[in-house]
Write a protein of this length. Structure first.
Length: 166
C-alpha cells in the first residue's frame, strides 16, 4: 500500500514539475523516450513461516516456490516474486510523442499494451520476451493517465504515464 502511495505521490510531483516547466518555457510537444525494464523481484527466506495463502491464487503477476520445492536441502526455505515495470511512473506533456524502449530482463513472455486516459487503446497488444528489446511509440494526445499493462502478469505489472495538459 505504501509503495502505491509513493508512486502516486511521485507521479503527482512529476506532473507538477512538468506543468511548471511547460508554462515557464512555453514548451511545445516534443519527442520523449523512456527506458523501461521488465523485471522480476524475488525474495526468499527460511526465517519466517510461508504465507497462509498461495500468492499465485491472488494474481498472475505473483510467483511462489513453497518450502521443500525451492531448496530440497533446506525444506523450510520458500520464495515469492512479482513482475513489474521499472520505472513505474513517468510524466509527459500532452501532445508529446512517447517512445517506450522496453527490455525484457525476466519473464519468458510479456504481452504488453497501453491504455489511454479515456479507456481506448493507445498501443495495441504486442509480445516481447526475456533478452529482447521492444519499441513502442504513441502520441499522448490526451491529458490524464496512460497505463502500460502486461496482460501476462496483470494486475501487478503496470506502469503509469501521466500526461499533463500542455
Amino acid at each position: 500500500m505504501k509503495r502505491h502511495l509513493r508512486l502516486i505521490t511521485s507521479a503527482v510531483l512529476l506532473a507538477a514539475l512538468a506543468s511548471a516547466c511547460a508554462e515557464a518555457s512555453g514548451a511545445e510537444a516534443s519527442e520523449v523516450t523512456f527506458d523501461v525494464a521488465l523485471i522480476e523481484i524475488k525474495g526468499s527466506t527460511d526465517a519466517i513461516p510461508p504465507p497462509s495463502v498461495d500468492p499465485t491464487t491472488l494474481s498472475q503477476g505473483y510467483r511462489y516456490k513453497a518450502p521443500g520445492v525451492l531448496d530440497e536441502a533446506n525444506p523450510a526455505k520458500w520464495e515469492v516474486s512479482t513482475y513489474m515495470f521499472s520505472p513505474g511512473a513517468m510524466a509527459v506533456i500532452e501532445g508529446d510523442e512517447v517512445t517506450l524502449r522496453m527490455f525484457g530482463t525476466n519473464g519468458d513472455e510479456h504481452v504488453i499494451w497501453v491504455e489511454a486516459p479515456d479507456g481506448t487503446v493507445a498501443v495495441p497488444q504486442m509480445a516481447t520476451s526475456r533478452g529482447s528489446q521492444a519499441l513502442v511509440t504513441f502520441t499522448a494526445d490526451q491529458a490524464g493517465h496512460y497505463t502500460l499493462w502486461c496482460v501476462t502478469h496483470a494486475p501487478t505489472m503496470q506502469a503509469d504515464i501521466l500526461s499533463v495538459g500542455g
